[in-house]
Every structure is written in C-alpha cells, then in structure tokens.
Design a protein around this ligand. Structure first.
Ligand code: MG
Length: 389
C-alpha cells in the first residue's frame, strides 16, 4: 500500500503467520487475509445469523453479514483518511463477528451458561477459534493461518485467565498494552454501525418510536437539520437522512479526535502505538457522551423490549436443549462433529467434548438451530418411524 503512516501496520512490520507461506504475488498480506475470510464457510453463515432480530422476521433487517459489511465500510473510510492499513481494517471488520452463536447475544449468553463448568463461551474468542482452528480446507494447516495483526484485531476482549491460554495473540491483555490502530478503529466502527442500524431496524419494527428518539440529542440535532432543509419528505426518507448524518458526524468526530491524539502522542512506529497506556483511536468526550445517551436509550427501549425478550428466551431454550442433548449422547451428532468431539475428548476429557459441542452449536445459523431442534425433539420428525409401513 502506498502512503501508509509510519505507525500503520504493513507487510514489512507484521509479525506474520504461524505457518510461514510465500508472499502473494499481486496482493498484500492483508488482502490475502480478507480474501480468505470472504471465502470461509463461517463468513457465508453470517447471512443467516441474528444481529438483533431473528433472521426470518423480515428481509430488511440487518443480519450479521450486512452488519459486518457496514462495519467494514466505515472502518475503511477511517483507515484511508488516517493513512492506516485499509485492507487490514477491512479484514478485521469482516471477521469480527464470525464466532457469534445463532440468535445474537441471547445465544451467546445461553451457550456461555451451558459451558460454565467447561471454560465458558465468549464470541470474540470464538471468532479467533474459527479463523485459527475450525475452518478445515487448507492442505497445510487448520484454520485460515491469518496474519498476527488480523488475529489480534479479532480478539477484542479477553480475560487475563484466558489470555494465558491463548499465548502471544492475547499477550496485550496481560501486559496492558494496546493493539494496532487498525484494530482500535474497527472496534469503534462496530459501535458506530450498530448504534445507528439498530435505530433504523428498531423504528422499522415499531419497537421504538420516532417521538421518543427526538429526546436523544444525537438524533434530535440531525433531525433539526433535515427538517429545516426538506419540508416535504416522507418518513422513510427522513429516517435515512437523519441516520446517514448521525453516522457521518460520529465518523468525522472519530477521525478528528484520533488524528489529534496521534499527533500529540508523537507516534513514529507501531511499537509506539502498542506501548500507549490507552487507545489513541477515540471519540471526543462530547461525542462519547452523546453516543452513550443513544446506547442507553437502545438498551432500555429496544434490547429490553418484551418482544426481543420473547425471542431471546426461546433462543435460550433451543440452544440449551441442544447442548444438553448432545452432551448426554454424542452419538446423535452428525459424524464430523462427533469425530471432532471424540478427538477433543482424548485431549481434555469432558471439557473437550463440551468444547466440540459448543463449536458445533456456535457454528449454526438461526434456521439451522431451529431445524436441528425440530429433528431431535419433534416426534413427528422420526423419519425411521415414518418408513415403517
Ligand atoms: Mg459487531
């Protein structure tokens, strides 16, 4: 890439791949990572995984796939403007949610609860597990063998206890150092994307109201601008005009504030980025406060809405029932998942089996989880019985 800032990640200053490979011919190393992610099975499954609303509730709602694309689009704009590595930012953005369970956060909470005696379940760590271990199609290694910086960016959060198990890629959680600026900016792009698209989806679904949103300053300020400028637009246009401006003011604030932070820190190399006591990519304190107000509004009015809770509680029942059924008899797992569990049992006993079951469940799409539940628990789906004349 041309014109990279000296403290940006690059092929030259990268810590490379676990399994050394020849350099790509016409791509840089992070383009290769992005391409591997897009060609992975886990990426294709994002299309049928819930962001907030279950996939089959309507074709217009965000899914994990469209969310990841929106995060990538925001992250690339920021990276390009700050002369950071755009391909790395894109690769992290496209892979950051690969480890999510079906049914969004409800699924993660349920699976974490099921795994409480076996090391727990955390979607960030699962995303790393997907790209490090669970994709099985390269001849020379398990996983996608991604660059260190891509893997580091995927692992957004990690407890110190788990960091000790994960090694180098998680070392910063022990040493309290910072990841690359590209990793930091994707984290904030994620927030920018979901706060805004959840407003859009929440309004479309009728769970939050336009009038209530006018109490929220970030929304109100942009509403005033749009209403002053256009006197006769319909509600859909109004909502879109407000949300696109909200995304824009957040991104502009993030770029300006981060650029100032970077300048005052006097960065020269990537090592300078890592040794900072706090992240240099940030919103201004005013924007952080506005964003917080919006997020609290969404938490109270959208994420805790009874209709979202109903979906969550059903999702929790489905995943818990699947987990318990597989744990009590791994012979009902499809052969590939069963063999995987048995191999992991040899290494770490019951914990290995549980991890294999969690991998299988976490990999499911919403609709696959529902179908699998039906297959296991619905007596009418006993196909062998149906075959008896
Ligand atoms: Mg996300």
């Amino acid at each position: 890439m041309d014109n990279l800032a000296p403290y940006a990640c690059s092929d030259e200053n990268s810590r490379g791949r676990i399994h050394p490979e020849d350099s790509p011919v016409y791509r840089n190393q992070f383009q290769r990572d992005r391409d591997r992610i897009i060609h992975s099975a886990a990426f294709r499954r994002l299309e049928y995984k819930t962001q907030v609303f279950v996939n089959h509730e309507g074709d217009l709602f965000r899914t994990r796939l469209t969310h990841s694309l929106e995060v990538a689009q925001i992250a690339r704009s920021i990276a390009r403007e700050l002369r950071l590595h755009e391909d790395l930012a894109e690769a992290i953005a496209l892979s950051h949610d690969l480890g999510h369970t079906p049914f969004g956060h409800a699924g993660q909470t349920a699976l974490n609860h099921c795994m409480k005696d076996y090391g727990g379940f955390e979607h960030n760590q699962q995303s790393l597990r997907v790209v490090d271990k669970l994709e099985h199609k390269y001849a020379e290694f398990h996983g996608l063998n991604l660059m260190f910086e891509t893997r580091e960016g995927i692992l957004k959060h990690c407890s110190v206890k788990n960091a000790r198990l994960l090694g180098e890629v998680a070392r910063r959680f022990i040493d309290k150092t910072q990841p690359s600026l590209e990793a930091q900016l994707v984290d904030l792009s994620d927030e920018t994307a979901y706060s805004n698209h959840d407003v859009d989806d929440g309004l479309r679904y009728g769970l939050i109201s336009f009038d209530d949103l006018l109490e929220i300053k970030l929304f109100r300020d942009q509403y005033d601008k749009v209403a002053n400028r256009y006197s006769s637009i319909n509600e859909r246009q109004m909502i879109h005009e407000i949300i696109r401006r909200m995304i824009n003011v957040m991104v502009v604030d993030l770029i300006d504030t981060s650029r100032n932070n970077i300048e005052s820190a006097g960065l020269e190399t990537i090592a300078d980025v890592r040794k900072q006591s706090q992240a240099l990519m940030s919103f201004s304190s005013e924007m952080s406060a506005l964003n917080l107000e919006l997020k609290q509004f969404l938490r109270e009015n959208l994420y805790q809405h009874y209709r979202v809770h109903r979906m969550s509680s059903k999702a929790c029942d489905i995943l818990t029932a699947l987990f318990d059924a597989f744990m009590s008899d791994i012979k009902i797992l499809p052969p590939e998942a069963r063999d995987q569990c048995m191999a992991m049992q040899k290494e770490s006993g019951d914990e290995g089996i549980a991890r294999g079951v969690a991998d299988y469940i976490a990999g499911m799409t919403d609709r696959y989880a529902i179908v699998e539940y039906e297959r296991i628990f619905n007596p009418r789906q006993l196909s062998f019985v149906n075959l008896i004349p």
